[in-house]
Ligand binder design. Structure first.
Ligand SMILES: Cc1cc2nc3c(=O)[nH]c(=O)nc-3n(C[C@H](O)[C@H](O)[C@H](O)COP(=O)(O)O)c2cc1C
Length: 175
């Protein structure tokens, strides 16, 4: 099933075990080049349906675009990032993860792709993340122009960080 023909969200959470790590690698454009067995099982796709697809194949429609902008801005500038992400399985079930996303480098120090490991997030962190992401998503939806929506939600996220007096990378560990 491609991103264009994806299911609608079921509202049902799909569990995975505390000791499990969902792993994927992508090329420079975010197309999946590797998916471990746990990713395959939890996402509900066959391995061959994931490889070569944009990582957005498991994007949940409720995820704010501001979070993915931050993710890409960070890893393209050569840094790593931790982020809470809600993903959508093939049948529309969802699963929250705490993702660690990093660039992969070649011997010359050039970025050749990206790598992500994901674990089960703490429920207490999700209790703070979900209302914030809902507010970011609502800010995005208030604008008919996608770009304006992204500017608005990014400004909202920056406002939250300014109020906390922290960088995103510090703030994510306070959740
Ligand atoms: C290594 C890596 C892992 C990613 N993992 C996910 C993921 O698990 N879920 C997700 O929705 N997007 C993930 N993304 C971000 C996607 O590339 C994409 O930006 C996001 O799904 C938003 O898609 P859209 O811009 O088409 O709306 C990942 C990106 C990279 C580089």
């Amino acid at each position: 099933m491609s991103a264009a023909t994806r299911a609608t969200p079921t509202g049902i959470e799909r569990p995975f075990a505390l000791e499990e790590i969902i792993v994927s690698k992508t090329d420079l454009k975010g197309h999946i080049t590797y998916a471990n067995d746990i990713f395959v099982r939890v996402s509900g796709y066959e391995e061959h349906e994931l490889i070569g697809q944009p990582h957005a194949v498991i994007r949940h429609p409720e995820m704010p675009r501001a979070v993915f902008k931050l993710l890409w801005d960070t890893v393209e500038s050569g840094r790593e990032l931790f982020a809470y992400v809600n993903n959508m399985a093939r049948n529309g079930d969802h699963y929250w993860v705490l993702a660690h996303v990093t660039p992969s480098y070649d011997r010359e120090g050039k970025i050749v792709g990206y790598h992500s490991n994901r674990r089960v997030p703490e429920k207490s962190a999700l209790a703070k993340v979900i209302p914030l992401y809902d507010a970011l998503r609502a800010a995005e939806r208030r604008h008919s122009d996608r770009k304006d929506g992204l500017v608005a939600s990014t400004a909202m996220l920056e406002g939250v960080l300014a109020q906390a007096g922290m960088s995103y990378h510090e703030w994510v560990w306070t959740l």
